[in-house]
Design a protein around this ligand. Structure first.
Ligand code: SF4
Ligand code: SF4
Length: 337
């Protein structure tokens, strides 16, 4: 159970350059009041640690089935089946798995212990004007635990960002905001009916909270980033895009753990078999509405010409936006620097 000193954390990402300025430690909290159709982290929604199975890593050895004393696991034509009612998240199967296909997502943390873990990166926060970002799931659903964590950070001069979906009680924001430097607020869809259809909840409360948060931020000279995920077929619509002037994307670096070239395709690309991990270094791609189309990059070695990846990205982006706009694109390259 969540208490003022104990919270359920889904994941901790160190050296992140997303979700706020500078180098950050992003702490992903469990629980979420929304149920977005496009959710990438459904394992973060439940209120207990969850077993995750990655099919592309599984070699089918069935060691996990033998290791589980609760008889939770079985295989059928759709792959590994997990009886989540019976699973107690003990982790025995993850230890037996030779290919790291099984992981327990979510861990109970004491607030002091979590702070000590965060504090290890303080030197990076100070040097880069970074800090911590609390994200989710929805961090405000563990509000007292979160408040205590934020207080510890502020007492120790660590900058804080709150990444929220806006669907919490106003009193909770009132309590938390004095300990937050930047709010990253998701407004996923402006149309109330579509919002309900895509996320399972009405956006009325979110828009009211957005107004409240914006007023607080202005009075107290803090920062607010409003973010809208542009999901093809859902939120990447003309009405939603019309209200947005600037969009920022991250392009994460990856390490290939395994790569086999199978053949060359007609479009010039290769058909490959690969296993890769994303790492916490990102280039930033900023796209702004503009009178003319243009491409800029801080690194002269990155191609920006007719056949460049940047040009094709811009063309592809413009093709997905329903109405014709001009955009300028700026790549803030970190990987070469
Ligand atoms: S986490 Fe424990 S209970 Fe759950 S499937 Fe694995 S071994 Fe079984
Ligand atoms: S132990 Fe790991 S690799 Fe083997 S069947 Fe289970 S999940 Fe797959």
């Amino acid at each position: 159970m969540v208490t003022e000193s104990r919270g359920l954390i889904f994941k901790i990402e160190r050296m992140a350059t997303d979700d706020g300025p500078g180098i950050r430690t992003t702490i992903f909290f469990n629980y979420c009041p929304l149920n977005c159709i496009w959710c990438h982290n459904p394992e973060s929604i439940p209120n207990k640690p969850q077993l995750q199975w990655l099919d592309y890593k599984c070699i089918g050895c069935k060691s996990c089935i033998e290791a589980c004393q609760e008889q939770v696991l079985s295989f059928n034509g759709d792959g590994l089946q997990i009886d989540r009612e019976k699973c107690n998240s003990c982790g025995d199967c993850t230890e037996a798995c030779p290919s790291t296909a099984l992981t327990i997502l979510g861990e109970w943390w004491d607030v002091e212990k979590l702070f000590r873990e965060i504090e290890k990166e303080k030197i990076f926060f100070t040097k880069t004007k970074g800090g911590i970002t609390v994200s989710g799931g929805e961090p405000t659903l563990q509000s007292i635990f979160l408040l205590n964590l934020l207080k510890l950070c502020k007492q120790n001069e660590i900058s804080t960002a709150l990444d929220t979906c806006g669907y919490s009680n106003k009193i909770i924001y009132q309590d938390l905001l004095p300990y937050v430097d930047i709010v990253l607020l998701d407004i996923k869809e402006i149309d109330p009916d579509k919002h309900k259809r895509y996320t399972g909840v009405n956006n009325e409360r979110i828009l009211e909270n957005a107004k409240f948060i914006a007023e607080y931020i202005e009075r107290n000279e803090k920062k607010l980033w409003i973010r809208t995920p542009l999901i093809p077929k859902y939120t990447a619509t003309d009405e939603n895009v019309k209200g947005i002037d600037t969009m920022e994307f991250t392009a994460p670096a990856k390490i290939n753990l395994y790569l086999k070239v199978l053949s060359k395709r007609e479009d010039g690309y290769h058909e490959i078999e690969t296993l890769f991990e994303r790492i916490s270094i990102y280039d930033r791609l900023i796209i702004e509405k503009s009178e003319n189309t243009s491409i800029k990059c801080n690194e002269p070695l990155v191609p920006t010409g007719k056949d460049s990846l940047l040009r094709r990205t811009l063309d592809s982006f413009c093709g997905r936006v329903p109405e014709k706009y001009n955009f300028k694109i700026h790549l803030e390259n970190i990987l070469f620097n």
